[in-house]
Ligand binder design. Sequence first.
Ligand code: SIN
Length: 296
Amino acid sequence: MSAVAHTTTAASAQSFEVRPFDAPVGAEIIGLDLTRPLSDDDFVRVHRAHLDHALLVFRDQRITPEQQIAFSRRFGSLQIHVLKQFLLADHPEIFIISNIVENGQPIGLGDAGKFWHSDLSYKELPSLGSMLLAQELPEEGGDTLFASQQLAYETPPAELRQALDGKRAAHSYTARYADEVFAGIRRPTLTEAQLAEVKSVVHPVVRTHPETGRKGLFVNENFTTHILDIPEEESRQILAELYAHSAKPEFIYRHQWQPHDMVFWDNRALIHLATGCPSRLRRRMHRTTIQGDVPF
Ligand code: SIN
């Protein structure tokens, strides 16, 4: 088990409800106030709900960066994003995702998540889960889609499933960099030091969730470059089929953000995609990213 209560607290229990969505994944947590420290019993319930539903929505959380960081740390150590220019001042654990430009400079990563991905799958220790807090939302657009890779694994065409047995794939942070820049997506140039932080890694194509034991696909169009030990063309074909399969509507929950929503998803079970909003509208989100285990 990788997620543990990292701090014990004397906090008092809160009365809250877990209400599953009418969707393949996700549940709303009603009545939990994250400005208050979580009691150990409440932590156990939230942790269980996160494993059961893979995604939790906490509404109207007017929490400070310190409170977001403290809540995130209950689930594990936090990962610091390689794009240091978009870390919140004095709180490097918070990565800013935003299309806002101030004084000619983007305040956050403008086009994060334009391709399906699992956060930090390009690291030796990819993310357990991410918490994304809505700070400023556009009047139109800006939804995020989440697709269950466990459902996707359980339902691929038989011949495709056989082709995945024991396979491993390489992941790289810069896998789509050239395509993204070509498509007009703003991507900061990486320094030598940043490139050294994101060397290509290899993970199984199918991973077993370390806490639930459920299997799921673990490749994504944003960061996976190729499947090892098979011809390049075959790898390209299998990945294309997997990408088409893994984002079928029946695996997807669409999150339409409300002010101060905080969404906590499981990167070991889901991939996600930011649908974007018109560039004239402002969107600003704060993300913490919790470190997971070596995938197996
Ligand atoms: C992300 O990929 O973590 C960002 C998703 C979003 O901005 O909706």
